[in-house]
Design a protein around this ligand. Sequence first.
Ligand code: TYD
Ligand code: MG
Length: 446
Amino acid sequence: MAKSLRVKYVCSNCDTPSTSWAGRCKTCEQWNTLVEQVEVNTATAGGSGSILKTSNVTTASKNTLPRIITGLVEADNVLGGGIVPGSVNLLAGQPGIGKSTLLLQIAYNIAKNYKVLYVSGEESPQQVALRAERLGAEHKDLQLAASGVTNDIASTISAGNYAAVIVDSVQSIALNEISSAAGSVAQITNSTQLLTAAAKSSGTALLLVGHVTKEGSIAGPKVLEHIVDVVLQLEGDRYGGFKILRALKNRYGATTEAGIFEMTNKGMQAVDNPSAALLAERYITDGSIVTATMEGSRALLVEVQALVNPTSYGYPKRTASGIDLNRVNLLIAMLERRTKLKLADKDIYLNIVGGIRLTEPAADLAICMAIASAAKGMQLNKNAVVIGEVGLSGEIRHVPYLDKRIAEAHKLGFKVVVGPFMRSGRKPSTLTSVSNIKDALNNFLK
Ligand code: TYD
Ligand code: MG
């Protein structure tokens, strides 16, 4: 590792480099756009390099080390079978969602086979040790350190004494050479670059914690997501409910898997039968509809709840938790136009139970049925699971993985599935197909 790093200034607007800082870029004349940047591993451009040593595609992969198993099956699945040595993995999530807890558990599991270092820039070693004691995650090969200095962490990684290093968090570490505070764009980018270079050169697996902004995106520059190999996101409600671990980017595996966890007094535990847990406290009234959503490659039964009240102020209020409000407004507009429901003078509240976020259109029909059921004070006439995308003409459209969703409904004891017509293949006996929203409301609400 270079002892002292060279710093240059680059305009974030036009990318012009400069040796000193100035308030205004000389090239594009924008104010306050010069950002500090450390030069890591700058190779001389042009023809002065040596000829690359290449390896054959059939033999290159055979020299790699086996993946490091995290010991948490759900996390291993999301990672595509464990952590790749020398890879850089970013775990992002809301404060208090359980990032530090999850990584400490993973660190403990890895320590059973390898040496692991947990560096915290936010907590003291005593605090981390207390948490480890509570989690029963104490092991002689799990080392702790508190540091906010990227240079020191990079040197430690480069020394190659650890198979895996966890840095909690990338927003709390800073390079000595850069004057801006930890958490700034320049610090996050350069710290990650330096740590990545150290991890790659020593073959150390690096796990970084990343904070997210109020809007839910990873705090700091987008380039952070480009530098790292794997971006994992921990989502859910921080005050209980399920936490879902998802890969947003994975250079070593698919991004289709999702892990479902729950925070317990023993840390993050995988949920065995999430559908059953989500429906366990269900109280069947009007406005409650169960739908099947895909979480990664598995189906999950979730309850959609709606409340419809007369508007007491001039403008009707629409609130949605766990689902995009724009989608809800679109469906409300469709319902008004295509059915006899009058919703213009109604407040509508929607909630998805268990901290689950519904992001796919396959939940449309369940949302429409929940709103209609709440508005009319009627319930489903059968104990059914409702699946289907609804178009603006009120037509019920096909959804992917219909058979998986039906199988999950069947497993949880639902005898009927209300859904779209099957495009091909044999129609399962439990599927009751419906072609438009009007028929769906007329036939299934009582
Ligand atoms: P934490 O991992 O610190 O969240 P993050 O690093 O994402 O900010 O933990 C979040 C919450 O989890 C914390 O408020 C307390 C709770 N918790 C438990 O319920 N059980 C436990 O065993 C632990 C360690 C934490
Ligand atoms: Mg934390």
